[in-house]
Ligand binder design. Structure first.
Ligand SMILES: [Zn+2]
Length: 176
């Protein structure tokens, strides 16, 4: 029999039943008191499974869009800012797993139809980021192609390699 995923409510001390998709996504507890990576609805008390409510197919579609937006916006931030944090490393697998479960319940045809518009919106956003990056002027110091994250840090400035401390820049220069 499959083990039921559980957590303890930090406020009431009650045992909470969590969705299977929350497996291995618990917050990191430091010194028994600091929790890093508490993500509402993924690994806190709001992630507890509720009983006695059945969803309609329409509602499942709404949920699918919710998790797709969470997943893609996190991926988009990584694409543009080239960073991901304790939220992203938990939300992404959770959203991905919930989407797979919803797809299984709805069936691929209804699922794909429900998320089609949202998929299109994100595809366009990623495509636009690609184009924006291609339009950036090259690094004035070395002529290399600059990334969106370089432009965010120093508008019109140099590339990441040229922004590094001198020693690193020299080493990078030697490789080219
Ligand atoms: Zn450069």
């Amino acid at each position: 029999m499959k083990e039921v995923l559980q957590s303890t409510d930090s406020i009431t001390g009650q045992t909470l039943r969590l969705p299977d998709e929350a497996e291995a996504l618990a917050p990191l507890i430091v010194n028994d008191r600091i929790a890093i990576g508490v993500v509402p609805g993924v690994n806190d008390r709001a992630a507890r499974l509720v009983a006695g409510f059945e969803l309609t197919e329409y509602e499942l579609g709404v949920l699918a869009n919710h998790y797709l937006n969470r997943l893609r916006s996190s991926e988009f931030d990584s694409r543009v800012y080239e960073q991901s944090g304790s939220y992203d490393i938990r939300m992404r697998p959770f959203a991905d797993r919930r989407l797979a479960t919803i797809r299984e319940v709805m069936g691929p045809v209804a699922f794909d139809a429900a998320i089609a518009e949202t998929e299109k919106k994100w595809d366009a956003a990623f495509e636009k980021a690609e184009q924006d990056e291609e339009r950036l002027a090259p690094c004035p110091a070395c002529g290399a192609r600059r990334k969106l994250v370089d432009e965010i840090h120093t508008p019109g400035g140099s590339c990441a390699a040229c922004d590094q401390p001198r020693g690193v820049a020299v080493a990078a220069g030697e490789m080219t």
